[in-house]
Design a protein around this ligand. Structure first.
Ligand code: ZN
Length: 351
C-alpha cells in the first residue's frame, strides 16, 4: 500500500472546469433514483459528508469518477456526470460568495494525515494572469491514511485554511480546512479522491462491474446511507434560481454579482442554472406577474448533448413607468421523454 504523498497531491486529482464538460447523449438506465445502499465491503471506511454543507440546499454533486478506461467518460450509472479521466467526486457550492463566507472541509472518516499543501493562491484557472497549475492541479489539499489500504485526498482548498499537519490523527467530521479556489478549478468545489491499495475507488460503487450500469446490481457505496441518498444520482437538478435586473451570465452568477431587480432596472429576468442535464432535454422557464398572467416563456430547443451546467433565463425589458409592485413568480421544468423530469418554482417581490 502506498499512502498519498505530496507528489501525488501534485499530480493526481485534476478538476476540469464544469462549463466545458459536454458530451454526446448516451443511453442511461435511470433506475430508482432514491435508493442507496451502504457497501458490505469488509474493512471499508463509512464516509460522512466531507463538507459542512447541505446537499440539495447549499451544495450539489457536480462530477463523479470516470469509470470508462478509454477516451470516453462514463459515471457508475453509465451517465455523463463525469469527464475524461476524472478520478474523484466534485461537490460544488452555489457560488463564490458561499466559498468566501467559508465552508469547512471535513474528514469523512478517521485516519492519519499523511500530507498537506497550503501555499497556492485562490484564483480561477480562467482568471486573467492565473498561474500555471499543471503540476499542482490539486491546489491546497490534505491527504489521509484511513488504514486497511484506504487513503483519501481533498483538493482546491483555501489558502491559509489548512488546520492539520502530517502525522496528526483526525476523527470523522474533524475540520481539515475550508473550500477554496486553488489548483485546477474555476468554480468553488471540493474534489475528493479515495484509493484502496493505491487504486482509485468510486465511493458510490466500490464493488461490482464498473460497466454494469444497473443501479440494482450496485452492491452499495462507501457513504453512510443518509449521505449517499442526499448526494444521490440526480439526472438534472437546479443549483441556482433567482431574479435579475439586467443581463447575467455564468461568470456573474459564480461571482454572486447578479444585478438585483427593481421597479426601474433595465429588465426583469428569472433565471435557473441546472446541473447534469442530458442530451435531448428541453428546458422551459416561465415568468409571471403579480396578477398571475404570464409575461414570458423561454423554451429551449432539445439539448444536443449532456451539459454539466446550463443557465437559462426568461424575462422582459422594463416597461415605461416601471414594474408594478407585487410578487413575480417563475416556474422551470426539464422535459425529458415527454415528462417533467425536473421542476420547481421561485418568486421575488418588487416593492
Ligand atoms: Zn474533481
Amino acid at each position: 500500500m502506498r499512502a498519498p504523498s505530496l507528489s501525488i497531491l501534485a499530480l493526481l486529482a485534476a478538476c476540469s472546469p464544469a462549463a466545458p464538460v459536454e458530451s454526446a447523449p448516451v443511453a442511461i438506465k435511470p433506475g430508482p433514483a432514491a435508493v442507496y445502499y451502504e457497501t458490505t465491503l469488509a474493512g471499508a471506511p463509512k464516509l460522512i459528508l466531507p463538507l459542512a454543507c447541505e446537499p440539495g440546499v447549499t451544495c450539489e454533486l457536480q462530477n463523479g469518477i470516470d469509470r470508462d478506461p478509454g477516451p470516453d467518460a462514463q459515471d457508475y450509472r453509465c451517465g455523463r456526470h463525469t469527464y475524461q479521466a476524472h478520478n474523484g467526486v466534485d461537490i460544488r457550492l452555489k457560488d463564490l460568495a458561499a466559498q468566501r463566507a467559508g465552508v469547512a472541509v471535513l474528514a469523512p472518516a478517521a485516519g492519519t494525515v499523511t500530507g498537506i499543501r497550503d501555499s497556492m493562491a485562490d484564483i480561477s484557472v480562467k482568471a486573467p494572469g492565473a498561474p500555471d497549475v499543471s503540476r499542482q492541479m490539486c491546489g491546497n489539499g490534505v491527504a489521509i491514511n484511513h488504514g486497511g489500504g484506504w487513503t483519501s485526498q481533498y483538493c482546491h482548498m483555501a489558502l491559509g485554511s489548512i488546520l492539520v499537519r502530517p502525522g496528526q490523527v483526525v476523527s470523522a467530521g474533524q475540520p481539515l480546512g475550508r473550500v477554496g479556489l486553488s489548483g485546477n478549478t474555476e468554480y468553488p468545489h471540493l474534489h475528493m479522491t479515495i484509493w484502496k491499495d493505491g487504486v482509485v475507488s468510486d465511493p458510490f460503487a466500490p464493488q461490482g462491474d464498473p460497466q454494469a450500469c444497473d443501479p440494482d446490481a450496485n452492491p452499495g457505496g462507501l457513504w453512510i446511507r443518509s449521505v449517499g441518498q442526499a448526494l444521490g444520482y440526480k439526472r438534472g437538478v437546479a443549483l441556482n434560481t433567482g431574479f435579475a435586473g439586467d443581463s447575467l451570465d455564468n461568470l456573474k452568477l459564480e461571482e454572486a454579482q447578479v444585478p438585483p431587480p427593481g421597479p426601474t432596472t433595465p429588465a426583469l429576468l428569472a433565471y435557473v442554472r441546472l446541473l447534469n442535464l442530458e442530451g435531448g432535454d428541453e428546458i422551459e422557464l416561465t415568468l409571471s406577474g403579480p396578477d398571475g398572467k404570464i409575461l414570458t416563456t423561454a423554451r429551449q430547443p432539445p439539448l444536443d448533448r449532456a451539459k454539466a451546467q446550463y443557465l437559462v433565463f426568461s424575462g422582459r425589458k422594463t416597461p415605461a413607468g416601471g414594474w408594478p409592485a407585487g410578487t413575480y413568480s417563475a416556474r422551470y421544468k426539464v422535459i425529458r421523454g415527454g415528462t417533467d423530469a425536473v421542476a420547481g418554482a421561485f418568486s421575488y417581490s418588487i416593492k
